[in-house]
Ligand binder design. Structure first.
Ligand code: SF4
Length: 396
């Protein structure tokens, strides 16, 4: 087994971006192309062309010697790929980099975009975990968000996932939507629990300036819930989901015991990972590389591989320090102080420990520094603000 310091530089995880959606949701600024109501898998030339580009990128990527133990197909809407296309990508990864015998392979699926045979096909080619983009259990909210699906599609989607026998699946919800009441949010949480997923992600709406919502609404103003209401929604999610046996293991994520998302924990621990596809970022040997965000620029960029990978500068030790804290404090487990001392100057670690004397939302337990749950999670930005202040680069 590789050491912690090895996994910081040599990836065991891969993210694959699938940039196609039926339509664009009003809050979304992800790098995607709207591909219409019917385009799917091998019958859509744009998807075929993109899969071929992904295979080229994987083939041009240097193998750093460790097989993958997590793979995540995110989007976009990865369920617009046929099982055959997913299998092609997995085969290429296995041949080029290698895959562990028991990997976690996640794929995001949207209600209304898949059939039973498709889900069976994903399972047959090695997918072990599905992540279902539900967002809300009220048609008026789904419509207000520009979502493709409706509440009736959610039940059908879950029945299909369960019929095929996916034990490990996650359900996404969003709080703070325009017109969403506390009662709506409570209903969504309890409806989610009734479907019995092993994992629930509960995100707070972020208003991105380029989106329909970003142009139309202002934070904290009607029809968006005000700040007190969104805080109440956050605490309600913690209370309802933890009472139902879900562990609040990350700021926005809850899991039944044994079902934390292994792949996303790689990001939060600031470990390395491969990224493939447009808009994807990779983090390899302390080098962070972001790919172009449109298909045309990505295809152009691919012609310069692998030169791109060697041309980037490693992240500085100070930036890695801040990233490690910003990401690691998202986890209930927090950040291991002994590991920090191995990688960073002792004086920095001591300064961080001293902050726990004045900040009650930052605690130390069995050599790990962590935020309190749920209050520290809710006010994480304030605590991080204090950390940035004491670690002003000019003084380091
Ligand atoms: S389905 Fe997901 S990726 Fe696609 S537009 Fe909606 S939020 Fe964005």
């Amino acid at each position: 087994m590789e050491s912690k310091s090895q996994s910081l530089v040599r990836p065991r995880a891969a993210y694959i971006h699938i940039p196609f959606c039926r339509r664009r949701c009003f809050y979304c600024d992800f790098p995607i192309s709207v591909i219409g109501e019917r385009a799917y898998g091998d019958s859509a030339p744009a998807i075929c062309e993109y899969v071929a580009a992904l295979l080229t990128e994987i083939d041009s990527t240097p193998n750093l010697g460790l097989p993958l133990n997590t793979i995540f197909f995110g989007g976009g809407t990865p369920s617009l790929l046929s099982p055959g296309q997913v299998a092609q990508i997995l085969t290429q990864l296995a041949q080029k980099i290698g895959i562990d015998p028991n990997p976690e392979i996640s794929l995001e699926v949207d209600p209304g975009t898949f059939t039973k045979s498709q889900i069976q096909g994903y399972q047959d080619c090695g997918v072990t975990r599905l992540s279902l983009g539900v967002q809300a259990f009220q048609d008026h909210l789904l419509q207000a968000c520009g979502r493709f699906h409706r509440v009736k599609d959610i039940g059908q989607a879950v029945a299909t996932i369960q019929e095929i026998g996916f034990e490990n699946w996650s359900l996404d919800l969003i709080s703070g939507l325009p017109g969403q009441s506390i009662e709506d949010w409570n209903d969504s949480l309890t409806s989610a629990i009734q479907l019995n997923p092993t994992h629930i992600s509960a995100y707070d709406l972020v208003l991105e300036p380029t989106t329909v919502f970003g142009k139309k609404f202002h934070p904290g103003q009607t029809p968006l819930p005000d700040d007190d209401t969104t805080a109440e929604m956050y605490l309600l999610a913690d209370q309802v989901l933890t009472s139902a046996g879900y562990d609040h293991y990350e700021i926005s994520n809850y899991a039944r015991p044994g079902f934390r998302c292994q792949h996303n924990q790689v990001y939060w621990r600031n470990e390395s990972y491969y990224g493939f596809g447009l808009g994807a970022t990779s983090y390899v040997e302390h080098r962070r590389l972001s790919r172009p965000k449109t298909r045309a620029t990505y295809y152009q960029w691919l012609t310069g591989l692998p030169g791109h990978l060697t041309a980037i500068e490693p992240t500085s030790q100070f930036d890695r320090w801040l990233e490690t804290l910003m990401l690691g404090l998202r986890l209930q487990d927090g950040v291991n102080l002994i590991e920090l001392e191995k990688e960073f100057p002792q004086a920095w670690v001591k300064k961080l420990i001293n902050l726990t004397e004045t900040e009650p939302k930052l605690k130390i337990k069995t050599n790990k520094i962590h935020l309190t749950v749920p209050d520290g999670f809710l006010f994480s930005n304030q605590v991080l603000g204090q950390i940035w202040e004491i670690f002003d680069e000019s003084e380091m």
